[in-house]
Design a binder for this molecule. Structure first.
Ligand code: FE2
Length: 258
């Protein structure tokens, strides 16, 4: 199976990159499954039901989220019904949505997608290490194809999770920093791994936002409302190829200018 994970879609430029390119990419790369982190789709922070539906209509099979989960209040009721949208699993169980989704590809294969949140410099969450084994077991009862999006700031947390799951899941893919790391590889046992898959959005920016606005935060140490930048829009992520048993046999960092 060929799985493309596309990293954090940032604002309108990121949306345009997906809507203008994903159909062609699916054909060109012969993709069976596309997973998109959509937690920055709404102006750089959060996701709305409308944007989620647009990403799914554009060719995404499953959407993942992160720390900006509750930024748009209309997302909460949508998450109850949206079977192809995954939110971090290590939050309170009574919150709306699911931390594990199983989607079916056009060929009829099932792919389980798990979303986790790191704890270093993030809002409070349960340790992802405390719940991930149970989630992986639950996923594997349904399919050997299991992809984990670990949304976290600290490289150490993501690397550690990769090793914890090496040989047990198809892929462990880091998100959140918006800067693609150079460590994409297949870990022993057939687990595709990258510490951060990057950003689908404007790269002439400070991790997606207009440079001058972001710089003001640092120069004047005052809150500043950020806006998405517009130039140098790229799609970034990780392209994973697997065998028929759900083991990764190749993991290539993906970068494409628009
Ligand atoms: Fe994030």
């Amino acid at each position: 199976m060929r799985i493309l994970f596309l990293a954090d879609v940032y604002g309108a430029p990121g949306m345009a990159a997906i809507e203008g390119n994903l159909r062609d990419l699916r054909r060109e790369l012969q993709l069976d499954c596309v997973i998109v982190n959509a937690e920055n789709a709404a102006d750089g922070a959060g996701l709305t039901p409308k944007l989620a539906e647009r990403l799914l209509a554009a060719g995404a099979d499953c959407l993942t989220l992160g720390n900006h989960l509750w930024r748009r209040k209309e997302l909460a009721p949508y998450l109850i019904e949206a079977t192809r949208v995954v939110r971090p699993a290590n939050l309170l169980e009574q919150l709306p949505g699911r931390g594990l989704a199983v989607v079916t590809t056009a060929a009829g294969d099932k792919v389980a997608v798990i979303n986790l949140l790191g704890t270093f410099t993030m809002d409070p969450a349960q340790s992802m290490f405390a719940i991930v084994d149970r989630l992986v077991d639950e996923a594997q009862r349904q399919t050997p194809y299991v992809v984990v999006d670990v949304h976290a700031e600290a490289t150490s947390e993501k690397v550690a999770l990769g090793w914890h799951l090496a040989g047990r899941v198809t892929a462990v893919i880091g998100t959140h920093t918006h800067v693609q790391t150079s460590d994409g590889r297949v870990l022993p046992g057939g687990t595709a791994y990258i510490t951060d898959a990057g950003m689908t959005g404007p790269h002439d920016s400070v991790i997606g936002a207009k440079k001058d606005l972001s710089l003001r935060r640092f120069l004047y140490q005052q809150p500043q409302r950020l806006e998405p930048a517009s130039e140098d829009v790229r799609l970034e992520g990780l392209l994973v190829e697997t065998d028929g048993a759900g083991r990764a046999i190749d993991a290539q960092p993906f970068r494409r200018a628009t």
